[in-house]
Design a binder for this molecule. Sequence first.
Ligand SMILES: [Zn+2]
Length: 169
Amino acid sequence: MFTVDIKIFHQAGSEYDAYLTPPGSDIKYLVSYSEVKGEAIINGHKVIVTGAEMGFGGLRYFFICPECRDRKQKLVMTNSGLSCKKCLGIVPSSLNRSKNDCNYYWDLAEKVARTLDPTFSIYPAIGHIRFPDKPKGMHWETYSKKYMKYKEYKKKGDQAWMGAVGSLR
Ligand SMILES: [Zn+2]
């Protein structure tokens, strides 16, 4: 059992076949990664990779957990294949998220936007994140309050994300 991290995958290039080693271990696993196809094959197990544009330029990448279809930065490889920690029961629920966790704030931002558009996703598969338009009949004041709240959470999430990436170096 070992963990695979999307950040390491993407640092290695956008299209390659390679043996990767998780930091601090002597495990080697075979990866066939393609950003264009949006997939990685890890020791023969295929997993979808998705990119989302960030407000300050650049792209953020996620695996799609083969079991729950959630976007994850890390997946765990077991004898039966890849799944996220939540699906494996390692983390009981998202309540364990700390306030330093970017996903904690991105989820809050998404919740705010979903009060306007239930289909809104903060991790769109393609293109920019677009905040929903004002629904007919809603006061501009109410709408702009939601937008400000969304922006605040989004910014905190992005900052937490930048902190997490920075600590890898
Ligand atoms: Zn999962």
